[in-house]
Ligand binder design. Structure first.
Ligand code: SIN
Length: 281
């Protein structure tokens, strides 16, 4: 039966909306689609529980919201090059996404969002945190807002290996140099305050994984203000925690939300499927 109408339930004061009363295997009516898109843009994420989705259902849902190109940097399931496998095996210590970030902010056209579906979960742990960067900007002082509106920041993929960003990664200077060289073209400059393309809301667009410094500022000067902004943005008031269950799916708005995959389930397997969505060119 076609999904005609849905019910929305806030996940926290400022971040996230749970969508109830929908079976994502069924075709989606226009009204349900518009309500979900609105909730996504307003609160940064929408989530679902109790779904039973094949990769084809997952992909069809994602494609309703934009273009889904082949996954980059990740393995993919047979027949579905657009679906990236986000996995951590029992013997691994590092996970994917284990620090606050927005996906691909080092590219000039970062994704609209991503839809992550749980395939295999640890018995405990492996939650994902989300922060609403519109709410984060709104709750700054007028003076800070005005300062930030005049700034641009550099976002670089290689920054994610730098010690100030990820002390836990502890790569050697040689490995760091290799990443800097390999990804020297994966960096760009974004305004620190962007406007959400669908709501017009101002968004604090920096993140602890890829943002290295403000244009025209020294790294040390930048770090002091960036660290303040990161702590503010990811405070409990601006964020929420999503607990995965079998059949859970989350769609985050990558233009206005940060996310953080907790890495607290060593010795267990966690396998997720991710479809990354781009706004039509
Ligand atoms: C990611 O950053 O895409 C991974 C999120 C997660 O596994 O919860």
């Amino acid at each position: 039966m076609k999904n005609m109408s849905i019910t929305l339930r806030p996940m926290s004061a400022n971040t996230g909306m749970e969508v109830l009363g929908i079976d994502l295997r069924e075709p989606m009516g226009e009204q349900a689609y518009l309500e979900m898109r609105h909730a996504l843009c307003d609160t940064g994420i929408i989530c679902f529980h109790g779904q039973q989705l094949s990769p084809a259902h997952h992909l069809a849902f994602a494609k309703r919201f934009g273009a889904v190109p082949p996954a980059e940097f990740l393995k993919t399931p047979d027949g579905f090059p657009e679906i990236g496998i986000v996995a951590k095996q029992p013997g691994e210590t590092r996970n994917i996404g284990g620090n606050w970030h927005s996906d691909h902010s080092f590219d000039s056209q970062a994704p609209l969002g991503a839809v992550l579906y749980a395939r295999e979960l640890p018995k405990s742990g492996g939650d994902t945190l989300f922060a609403n960067m519109g709410a984060a900007f709104d709750s700054l002082s007028d003076g800070m807002k005005e300062t930030l509106r005049g700034l641009e920041a550099v976002h670089a993929k290689a920054q994610s290996w730098h010690a100030d960003t990820r002390p836990d990664r502890a790569v050697s200077p040689a490995e760091l140099a290799r990443h800097d060289e390999e990804f020297k073209d994966r960096q760009c400059v974004h305004p620190v305050v962007t406007r959400h393309p669908e709501t017009g809301r101002e968004i604090l667009f920096v993140n602890p994984t890829y943002t290295s410094h403000f244009v025209g500022w020294a790294y040390a000067e930048s770090r002091a203000l960036l660290d303040y902004l990161f702590a503010h943005a990811t405070s409990p008031e601006n964020s929420c925690r999503f607990h995965w269950e079998e059949g859970s799916m989350v769609f985050w708005d990558n233009r206005s939300a940060l996310h953080y995959a907790l890495n607290d389930y060593h010795g267990q397997r966690r396998v997720m499927h991710r479809a990354t969505i781009y706004a039509p060119g």
